[in-house]
Design a protein. Structure first.
Length: 603
């Protein structure tokens, strides 16, 4: 019999309670008074056994306890005994807790059963393996006794000593069958389940925060990515924030929400994603501008998608805007990293569209100009000039601007077309300092450095020196009379006969040949000066007209006048525009500074 055990160490009250249980459970069928007596005796003996011999309590529950119906357990565990069992739950071992949970379940006391079961689950989490804990939790779940508090306490105890990932398959199967309301709100559990947003919320140290960000990076849920983005911003992790901007943009774009994805893609610096966002929004021009150069075929397809925009501009009559749009699209096609057939075809098609727009608009403007009265023609010319400029024809635009009387616009357009002579010509009538400055700038840009120097000299801008093509200056000062301040007869007016020192000779040699072939220019003397300075063989004359200076004579060169004129260059005589007239006296004397050959002297 179950009672045939050694009674050594058992208190007298327990032995007496067990004897009463044996007597009350003798009837084969417990009903009425016998049931009440048996239940009372069972309850007393169970409480005594739980306190002194938990193994004996388990035997009581298995053998005589099986004969008690549910109402008998309710009578056995009265209010006083239940209160005592609640106290035992707090410090009982696993055997005690198992007996109390089983007895409370048979008595229908859910509060006591859950308290004992929860404590038992916590002990299993602290001590048992993953298999034992999962088995216990599943049994309670199948019995409908598992609640959120029990699962939370058990898993908190287990994750404090082991990671769920060590038994990923076992825990994965458990959570797959666990109802979502029963999933504990614990960081290890949320991290294991890949719920990054909850992991970010529960992360309480830097290590967990970084783990949560890694979890969110692998998540397919937008909420997780946005939560990680906010955490990265808060912590100041700019690189991670940029990564999550990119991830959010990808998810939103895949979800068909390009308007929301656009801001994230721009923050991430992903121009390819930005281009796709604009394309889904129907903004093909912006999509083309953002398309990377490494996708030439997509550039070509987006350029073709922009043709309706060009057609709309033409239909509205804004052909200048249409040409600007064509130029922008062609510029985008030029960004292609490598030439392809599709890019070349798209560019050729756009060139054809531009030619068609130009031809149609020129015909319209020509008809309008023929029909316009004289007073309205400048307006038509000005409109035509703007159109030609938009079409990329600055020379034609400058001509129409000149016909319209807008000389400044004509000047700038001629310079843009690199027709610097025309740019200088249109401003000849403008005899102001500003006009001369603009003309001088045109001459410098066109390579006419001496002409620019003359215009600067007229306004007294001696500090601004002409530049040779390499950027070096020609000479060190303003154009001036070389004989000024030397006394005697002066040469021509300032700026016409510069000094023949080494500096001017180097400047003259740097000029193009057409400048050296002209008359009086910077760094080159006129015929009169050459005739007055050189002898029959090109050697400089002295004051006495001999080949060398005599003793005591002035060694400085002085102008000797024009041959046969009977007077010096600086003397009074026929002049034009302040310059002395030069008579034609046969062949021009050789310039000794152009190419001087050594004179062979007789021995």
């Amino acid at each position: 019999m179950w009672l045939n055990r050694s009674s050594d160490g058992r208190p007298r009250s327990l032995r007496k309670a067990l004897k009463v249980v044996e007597q009350t459970f003798r009837p084969a069928l417990l009903t009425g008074r016998d049931l009440d007596q048996a239940a009372e005796a069972f309850g007393r003996a169970l409480v005594e056994a739980l306190e002194h011999d938990p193994a004996l309590a388990a035997d009581l529950l298995e053998r005589p306890g099986r004969r008690l119906p549910a109402e008998g357990y309710a009578a056995a565990l009265g209010p006083a005994r239940r209160a005592a069992l609640h106290e035992v739950v707090g410090h009982g071992d696993r055997t005690v807790l198992t007996v109390i949970a089983e007895a409370a379940g048979r008595a229908g006391d859910l509060a006591l059963e859950r308290a004992a079961g929860g404590r038992l689950a916590v002990l299993a989490g602290e001590q048992d393996t993953a298999d034992s804990l999962v088995s216990l939790l599943r049994r309670r779940q199948d019995a409908g006794l598992l609640d959120l508090d029990t699962a939370t306490q058990a898993l908190r105890a287990y994750t404090a000593r082991a990671a769920l990932a060590h038994d990923a398959a076992l825990w994965g199967a458990f959570f797959d069958h666990l109802a979502d309301p029963l999933v504990p709100d614990l960081y290890p559990v949320k991290l294991f389940l890949g719920r990054g947003g909850d992991a970010v919320r529960l992360a309480d140290n830097p290590v967990r925060k970084r783990e949560a960000l890694d979890c969110c990076a692998a998540s397919q849920h937008l909420d997780d990515v946005l939560a990680a983005l906010e955490l990265a911003r808060t912590e100041g992790w700019s690189e991670r924030a940029r990564d999550f901007h990119e991830r959010a943009g990808e998810l939103l774009l895949a979800a068909g929400r390009p308007a929301e994805a656009l801001a994230h893609c721009e923050q991430a610096g992903r121009r390819d994603l930005v281009s796709h966002c604009h394309e889904q929004l129907g903004d093909h021009r912006s999509a083309l501008a953002a398309c990377p150069a490494q996708e030439p075929d997509r550039l070509a397809s987006l350029a073709a998608a922009c043709h309706p925009d060009i057609d709309d501009q033409v239909q509205r009559g804004d052909r200048i805007a249409a040409l600007g749009l064509v130029s922008d699209i062609l510029g985008q096609l030029e960004r292609a990293a490598r030439p392809t057939e599709r890019v070349a075809g798209a560019a050729a098609e756009l060139q054809g569209l531009r030619a068609a727009v130009v031809a149609v608009e020129r015909r319209r403007l020509d008809d309008l100009l023929r029909r316009a009265p004289a007073e309205d023609r400048p307006t038509v010319h000005l409109e035509w000039s703007r159109f030609e400029e938009a079409a990329g024809h600055p020379a034609e635009a400058a001509g129409h601007a000149e016909d319209a009387g807008d000389l400044y616009r004509a000047h700038t357009l001629f310079r843009k077309a690199e027709r610097f002579g025309d740019a200088d010509r249109v401003l000849k009538s403008e005899d102001s300092a500003e006009g001369r400055a603009a003309r001088a700038a045109s001459r410098e840009a066109g390579g006419d450095l001496l002409g620019a120097a003359r215009l600067h000299e007229q306004d007294g801008r001696y500090g601004r020196r002409a530049l040779r093509p390499g950027g070096r200056r020609l000479g060190g000062g303003p154009l001036s009379d070389p004989l000024e301040g030397r006394g005697g007869d002066r040469g021509p007016a300032a700026g016409t006969v510069p000094a023949q020192d080494g500096r001017h000779r180097r400047a003259r040699r740097a000029l193009p040949g057409r400048h050296r072939a002209q008359g009086t220019r910077l760094g080159r003397p006129g015929a009169a000066e050459v005739a007055g300075r050189t002898g029959r063989r090109g050697r400089p004359r002295t004051a006495a007209g001999t080949g060398g200076p005599g003793p005591g004579r002035d060694r400085r060169r002085r102008p000797q006048g024009v041959r046969g004129a009977g007077r010096g260059v600086g003397a009074a005589g026929p002049r034009r525009d302040g310059r002395p007239l030069r008579r034609r006296l046969g062949p021009r004397p050789r310039d000794p500074l152009v190419r001087r050959r050594p004179v062979r002297r007789a021995p």
